[in-house]
Design a protein around this ligand. Structure first.
Ligand code: 5AD
Ligand code: SF4
Length: 444
């Protein structure tokens, strides 16, 4: 009996790729090991979005090397974005690695493992979606569905277009069938994944009229599937956030009242240097349209601080936008130069480390204060919560998520996977707290 151990870094896309790797490995007879020490195959699914992701991973790889020194038969595999981004140097720098593959080549791992030749190999082609691999889902009632691979945008700071290739949408009917299968298997919440989800379908030519498909059509088709009670998606691009997608949030019962809309910067000058293809006013205009159609919609975002050339005045514009929009939450990042990207070659106007740290502190203060204020609208309301399990901080309580994407800790008794109603008593910028409504009103 062979065992594998897989460590995953990075985004939801990677988490889902790992589920597919696990499904595939178990399909060829491998079992999951609890620890690397018990594994015949030590695997990593890597990320390269920021420098910290790289350095964290290289430390893990050092540990795997030590395991291999004591057990030379162990196979070491490295997949994902970091592997793709260092593909030319990988085997020279890390000779103890047996197999390496980019995010598009997950399926090649099985080919490698089942082939006779076990000399070190790398697989780094881009060939669209790598087959319909079975997934080993982390949760019974929640599933990820990858709707497209790759990215056609050209954001000057971002390594992803070079690690995941050009954008390819998966066929419409395949996706609907996949969601139907998941629903039949008990899934109640699906998260549609893509680097730029709302660009979905533009490259498709379907039906007699050979016309492209729209993301909003896919949302409608998934909403119509019996059993799918919640639909989420990540990440959309502000430039493609058109009215049909926004209206869908108001019209489709399953589509959650939460949009993660990455801002990146509040200054139009910096947005231009980032090649985001929208400016401050266009972003604000999208926010206004969302608020008009879906007033209660939660809005979250990503922001980068200290992009090359960002002046104090530019940064002040980011603070203004965050203040004005009142995001429900934000992921904030310090700019990190990435190999091969346009922004990494900028040498003028670099923002010093201390300046970045100081700006980040000011930003986080506004993000948290506005998030806290926004969250107060939930106090006194009864929210639908999908139960995930015991609370992380207090095992006597339960934890789940509201349709707005808020983590909710509450007292009650329900199994993981149940949909319950929770009366919200208090709210912080990060979490809501409350009590499950009387069983008579439970939504199970
Ligand atoms: N430096 C800092 N943050 C980055 N992101 C992407 N590339 C970089 C980089 N080079 C952030 C963006 C993106 C999120 C996933 O990571 O905000 O939306
Ligand atoms: Fe995900 Fe980007 Fe990291 Fe790749 S580099 S795993 S796409 S966050």
């Amino acid at each position: 009996m062979k065992h594998y151990h897989l460590t995953t870094f990075g985004c939801q896309m990677n988490a889902h790729d790992s589920e597919r790797m696990k499904g595939m490995l178990e399909g060829i007879g491998y079992f999951e090991a609890g620890e690397q020490a018990d594994a015949d195959l030590i695997l990593f699914n890597t990320c390269s979005i920021r420098e910290k992701a790289d350095s964290r991973f290289v430390a893990h790889l050092g540990h795997a090397k030590a395991v291999k020194a004591t057990r030379p038969d162990v196979l070491i595999g490295v997949g994902g974005c970091w592997a793709q981004s260092v593909k030319d140097e990988l085997f020279a720098q890390f000779p103890f690695v047996d197999v390496a593959f980019g995010p598009g080549q997950v399926h090649k791992l099985a080919e490698f493992l089942t082939s006779d030749s076990l000399t070190a190999q790398g697989f780094f082609e881009f060939e669209g979606f790598a087959g319909d691999l079975p997934s080993k889902r982390a949760r019974d009632v929640q599933a990820w569905v990858q709707i497209s691979v790759g990215c056609n945008m050209n954001c000057s700071y971002c390594i992803v277009p070079s690690t995941r290739g050009r954008e390819v949408s998966r066929p419409f009917n395949t996706l609907v069938a996949e969601c139907e299968r998941l629903a039949a298997d008990g899934v109640r919440e699906v998260t549609l994944l893509g680097q730029n989800v709302n660009a979905y379908g533009r490259d498709l030519r379907v039906g007699g009229d050979r016309r492209p498909r729209r993301f909003s059509e896919l949302l409608r088709a998934v909403d119509a599937i019996d059993g799918i009670e919640r639909i989420r998606y990540t990440s959309p691009h502000p430039k493609d956030m058109r009215e049909d997608v926004i209206r869908a949030h108001a019209e489709l019962p399953a589509l959650c009242e939460h949009i993660h809309l990455p801002l990146q910067a509040g200054s139009s000058r910096i947005l231009k240097a980032m090649r985001r293809t929208y400016d401050r006013s266009r972003f604000m205009d999208r926010v206004a349209l969302i608020r008009e159609h879906v007033p209660d919609c939660a809005l979250t975002t990503d922001i980068i601080v200290g992009f090359p050339g960002e002046t104090e005045a530019d940064f002040a514009e980011t603070l203004e936008v965050v203040e004005e929009v009142g995001f429900d939450g934000a992921f904030t990042f310090v700019f990190s130069p990435r190999r091969g990207t346009e922004a990494a070659s900028i040498t003028e106007g670099l923002v010093g480390h201390e300046e970045k740290v100081e700006r980040m502190q000011r930003l986080v203060e506004v993000v948290q204060r506005r998030g806290h204020e926004r969250a107060q609208r939930f106090v006194g309301r009864a929210l639908e919560v999908l139960v995930e399990g015991p609370s992380r901080t207090d095992s006597a309580r339960l934890r789940g998520r509201s349709r707005h994407g808020k983590a909710v800790n509450f007292t009650g008794s329900a199994r993981a996977g149940a949909m319950v109603e929770v009366e919200i008593h208090s709210a912080s910028s990060q979490t809501l707290a409350g009590e499950q409504s009387l069983p008579a009103r439970a939504l199970v």
